[in-house]
Design a protein. Sequence first.
Length: 365
Amino acid sequence: MTEKTIGIIGGGQLGLMIAQQAHGLGVRSVALDPAPDAPAFRETDDRIVAAFDDAAALERLCRRCDAVTYEFENVPGDILVPLCERYNIPQGFRPLYDSQDRLREKVNAREHGLKTPAFAPVHDEASLREAVRRIGLPAVLKTRTLGYDGHGQMVLRSERDVRKALPMLSVPCILEQFVRFDFEASVITVSDGERAVCFPVGRNIHRDGILDLCVVPADMSDGLHRRMADESRRFMRECGYRGILAIEYFVKDDEVYFNEMAPRPHNSGHYTIEGCSTNQFRELVRFLAGMPLEEPRLTAPTVMKNILGQDLAAAETVADEAHEGVYVHIYGKTESRPKRKMGHITMVGTDLSRYEKEWAGRFVR
């Protein structure tokens, strides 16, 4: 059988881990990224150094591969759509299109039966004040595009905050109801169009707007766990999405609210590499290569800790100590700085209480 080759638009840590899993499945990989030292290039079989809006380079990637995926949301649509018509980009552009604009994303989720916080489009002071009147305070003002890890958003609690937020309105925004949730959880689903597999629900704990910990299994009833997985599979099916989709939810008592989605491997799913019988990257590769999907199962309670620049030295020390059940991933980025994701640590056989007791003190709080 001819060896398959997959293409990856983007060469960051997600591309790195996709390429690692591809090797394990006997699948070749090629990544495209503008940075000559992109982390994924350490693992891919070939590389293309080019800008993400270089149409000729993207077409060259597509011609060299049996299937192409993307590792970030903001791939230019005017370039990708024509390529989807000529080459095998099995996820297509639709999930990217739906996730690139927070207003469009919320409308799509609500139209397909997912509960969302109240929201309203905002483009100037008058529309902001009308949205505040309708939704009430506190509320969250977000830019509609290009926001991530807490960027491009502001919590409004008072009239003073509303005035402070006015400079954000230089770009289209969305105002969302502030949900006093118990915790955030994420569900990662991989679908080949016929069958969809879901990974165990993880509880996400953020610090300064950036994911700090993912704790699995999330502390919830089996019924709520099944409902979130079932709703995620149904949503993918009804939207016609294939490939991988991560959905972040707010959980409040027995209610679940859609927060946002990402049609790519997700930071909260890194725990699956060692914490599950298969992982999000492996199942994405299996989908791209036309292999049957495998149903994941959690092997033990697991905590995944994100490593930002300020924690890199501590993580390297943990790696040198070689603790059983503790797996340190350093992404190999050439520049380390505070709040930049430099790696992660997965602790299999550890719950949140044990993490707080044995590990939390080793990292910057």
